[in-house]
Ligand binder design. Structure first.
Ligand code: NAP
Length: 251
């Protein structure tokens, strides 16, 4: 399967699942734009690793929840690549384990701004470039949701789960909206995946605590999710749009 010559933008591409998507995309022949929020070292190291293997990549700092940053990010992709074939809306955050009666407005606004509005803003800019209605040549979008959208995250983070529910609904609607414009839109719902996101939410031991609740009795890897995303982006999945694909070990 080769996607040579195509271009891809991966939000939150510096670490975790996004970084694995960037590595596999480069191996498949994509030219890769690696967005990150603040960890410049991780993004730069990833770009160097891709270039060392003969791939093409560059890093772009930007908060997906900021419209100005999103516009600047897409302008940078335009000037570097001259087009966009694939977008992975991967950037996302969790917060401390809490009940709804402990959640501040600031927390809720940050969660929705980054996880929901960020993905919508990036999809908007991608559609402007990919849609045949706008003179584009089509493309593919994968939104990174979560099984939390289905499970609800009670006692842990219902706000995060609700943000991913919004991503699922957005995926269904946008897929239908642009189905005749050459763009496929799908979502992946990871389960418990071994990345630093759990520690960033104050639960570094979350994987060990949750492992037994997974039917396959193990966490997933960022590589396993990235492979799923690359497949949905590829022509192997040419008749798939609006799909919400669980990649969660049966959870
Ligand atoms: P991670 O290891 O914490 O990495 C998150 C990435 O997103 C980092 O590159 C980070 O940038 C970037 N990021 C955070 N906020 C951003 C913002 N406002 N604008 C741009 N980039 C931002 O997370 P992950 O586990 O790979 O998660 C990736 C996606 O998978 C998220 O949408 C998450 O909700 C979803 N997911 C993860 C799991 C899991 O168990 N890991 C399960 C279900 C769904 P810096 O490197 O600059 O900090």
């Amino acid at each position: 399967m080769s996607d040579g010559g195509k271009t891809i933008l991966v939000t939150g591409g510096g670490r975790g699942i996004g970084a694995a998507v960037c590595r596999f995309a480069a191996e498949a022949g994509y030219r890769v734009a690696v967005n990150y929020a603040s960890n410049e070292t991780a993004a730069a190291t990833l770009v160097q690793a891709i270039e060392a293997k003969g791939g093409e990549a560059f890093a772009i700092k930007g908060d997906v929840g900021s419209e100005a940053d999103v516009l600047a990010m897409f302008a940078a992709v335009d000037s570097r690549f001259g087009g966009l074939d694939a977008l992975v809306n991967n950037a996302g955050v969790v917060d401390r384990k809490a009940r709804i009666d402990e959640m501040s407005l600031a927390r809720l606004e940050r969660m929705m701004r980054i996880n929901v509005i960020g993905s919508l803003l990036c999809a908007r800019e991608a559609v402007k470039r990919m849609s045949t209605k706008h003179g584009g040549k089509g493309g593919a979008i994968v939104n990174v949701s979560s099984v939390a959208a289905v499970l609800g995250g009670p006692g842990e983070y219902v706000d995060y789960a609700a943000s991913k529910g919004a991503i699922d609904t957005f995926t269904i609607g946008l897929a239908k909206e642009v189905a005749t414009e050459g763009i496929r839109v799908n979502a992946v719902r990871p389960g418990i995946i071994d990345t630093e996101i759990h520690a960033s939410g104050g639960q570094p031991d979350r994987i060990a605590a949750m492992r037994d609740f997974v039917p396959m009795k193990r966490e997933g890897t960022a590589d396993e999710i990235a492979r799923t995303i690359l497949w949905l982006l590829s022509n192997e999945a040419s008749y798939i749009t609006g799909a919400l694909l669980n990649a969660s070990g049966g959870r």
